[in-house]
Ligand binder design. Structure first.
Ligand SMILES: Nc1ncnc2c1ncn2[C@@H]1O[C@H](COP(=O)(O)OP(=O)(O)OP(=O)(O)O)[C@@H](O)[C@H]1O
Ligand SMILES: [Mg+2]
Length: 220
């Protein structure tokens, strides 16, 4: 369970203060598929980054499985991000000089990749229909294929929490539906909690959770 308790976030740019979230409270059950919906600028990405400990609230707290992210040391937060959270960004964030397979293995490169991880990365790419493309670099892949590489990279460590910021933002609708389905299937197998920011209401299925925000406040 993720509990967002009276969270406010003010972005500071020099002397300018932009209130992005104002007294937000909501709960996300473990194992759920949750959408964060709302107009552009409403604070969706800000909320997602706070839940993944990529940023810190100005006030309030975020409690993940009973542990407050704000109560953690920097080292504990780093560990949380590295071991428990998998991020999928709209812009894929792939490294252009690495192959698809290497990009999937990026989180493991600092400590050296063991054979088991490499095999799992190959399996994941295969499951996502990229078995034949693992040696291609990002500029040799379509947008949908690059997004699948980013999904494989996020899921390889079997994160308890998957955070996706408009993962289909730059794709056509057929590709978007396919990506969402892949994400659902893989996360169900891994029993991950998934939080997806989107503008597209058509991806919502019965049983999904929804958090609708507007002007930095939860509407429902
Ligand atoms: N680093 C930042 N510095 C200053 N203001 C910021 C920063 N990040 C976001 N904001 C502002 O905070 C508000 C919420 O931004 P956020 O990115 O969370 O919106 P969003 O709902 O994800 O929008 P979109 O759908 O366009 O991605 C906006 O007014 C935005 O301009
Ligand atoms: Mg955003």
């Amino acid at each position: 369970m993720i509990e967002v308790k009276h969270v406010s976030k003010v972005h500071r740019q020099g002397r300018l203060e932009v209130p992005a979230l104002t007294d937000i409270s909501c709960q996300i059950p473990t194992g759920s598929f949750t959408f964060i919906l709302g107009p552009s600028g409403s604070g969706k990405s800000t909320l997602l980054y706070l839940m993944g400990a990529l940023d810190e609230p100005t006030s309030g707290s975020i409690v993940v499985d009973g542990v407050s992210l704000q109560g953690m040391s920097t080292r504990e937060r780093d560990q949380f991000r590295r071991e428990q959270a998998g991020f999928i960004f709209q812009s894929f964030n792939l490294l252009s000089n690495l192959t698809a397979l290497e990009n999937v293995l990026v989180p493991f490169l600092p400590n050296g990749v063991i054979a088991g991880q490499r095999r799992k990365a190959v399996d994941l790419l295969d499951r996502l229909g990229l078995g034949a493309r693992s040696e291609h670099r990002p500029n040799q892949l379509s947008g949908g294929e690059q997004q699948r590489v980013a999904i494989a990279r996020a899921l390889l460590k079997r994160p308890k929490l998957v955070l996706a910021d408009e993962p289909t933002g730059e794709l056509d609708s057929a590709n978007s539906v396919a990506i969402l389905k892949d994400l659902r299937d893989l996360c169900r197998e891994q029993q991950s909690t998934v939080i997806v920011v989107t503008h597209e209401h058509e991806y919502i299925q019965p049983g999904d959770h929804q958090i609708r925000i507007r002007d930095g406040r939860v509407m429902e």
